[in-house]
Ligand binder design. Structure first.
Ligand code: PBE
Length: 308
């Protein structure tokens, strides 16, 4: 049923792998790191050291588009937000960090990278990246009538940034989202029981959740998938590109998703599809996007960057 969308999903997965491979060899060129070169004044030209590149993720991500707007808004002529994948971005961040090299990434929280590395958001006085956001759950029209049990669980699903970060971090260790989700569900029975409280079990009904392979969404989608599975559903989770994920729920080709970053990050997609899908409201509060750098970089604001 989702053949066309899946094809797009597979294409995005493939390019992620290629990018990761392409990034592999580039580790040890620049050993000039700038961190010990001065204290805040003009003798560090990070732009030059980084080739005027911001390490991006998938171009369909809201944070990618916002970063391009920031380049424009802050007059950073000659800078480029480089398209990549979430996986390749964290690989590049890890390599730069190990070598204390400067790097700017399109970042978001919650994210395990803040537990793994000392990082900071660059100040954004122009407010290009917006304020704190919620991550919302959306479902297709008709789901409430067709699958009231699943609808109720999706409506109840709600957790904290700490919960999500714990699952994300665990996935970096197990490398298996389904296993990490199963562990978390087992260890957090009380919380999960609130989501399924009074909901009847079903007998193998098929349900399809769509998501994008961002670390946040890999975690949340597998958690909800596991909870629905334990209730008796036959669950498929399908990775897609961002715009296609929204479209899939709006057209009813997929049943739902837990990956709507609002009001800012996916505001354009929300406007486009809001009349054709059901917004079940926040499943998480306190999400954020922005440009993220290692603490060792001697820079605090996007305003401190200079045009080429
Ligand atoms: N993210 C993760 C997404 C939303 C979830 C911040 C990369 C985006 O920018 O669209």
């Amino acid at each position: 049923m989702l053949a066309r969308l899946k094809r797009l999903g597979i294409i995005s997965g493939l390019s992620a792998t290629l990018l990761l491979a392409a990034c592999g060899g580039s580790g040890d060129e620049a050993n000039d790191n700038g961190a010990d070169e001065g204290s805040g004044d003009a003798d560090v030209n990070y732009g030059e050291e980084m080739g005027y590149a911001i390490t991006g993720i998938e171009p369909g991500a809201g944070v990618f588009k916002a970063s391009e707007e920031a380049v424009e808004e802050y007059g950073l002529e000659g800078w480029e937000v480089q398209a990549s994948s979430s996986g390749a971005m964290t690989t590049a961040l890890g390599e730069a960090y190990d070598n204390e090299e400067p790097i700017i990434v399109t970042g978001w929280s919650p994210h395990w990278k803040f537990a793994e590395y000392d990082l900071k958001y660059l100040d954004d006085p122009e407010g290009v990246f917006g304020e704190a956001e919620t991550i919302n759950t959306t479902v297709r029209e008709g789901l409430e009538d067709d699958m009231p049990e699943a609808y109720e669980v999706l409506d109840n699903f709600n957790w904290s940034t700490d919960d999500m970060e714990a699952v994300m971090l665990d996935i970096t260790e197990t490398d298996d989202p389904a296993e990490s989700a199963a562990n978390w569900v087992e260890e957090n029975e009380d919380q999960v029981s609130e989501w399924v409280d009074g909901v009847d079990e079903v007998d193998g009904d098929e349900i399809e959740l769509v998501y994008v392979e961002w670390d946040t969404e890999i975690a949340s989608t597998h958690i909800v998938g596991k909870v629905l599975e334990d209730l008796g559903y036959n669950v498929t989770v399908t990775p897609l590109d961002n715009a296609v994920m929204w479209e899939a729920v709006a057209t009813g080709e997929a049943d739902g998703m837990v990956a709507a970053w609002l009001p800012g990050t996916h505001g354009d997609l929300y406007e486009q599809y809001k009349d054709d899908l059901i917004d079940l409201g926040p499943n998480l509060e306190g999400a954020k996007i922005g440009l993220v750098v290692p603490e060792y970089m001697d820079i605090d604001s996007i305003e401190d960057l200079e045009a080429k």
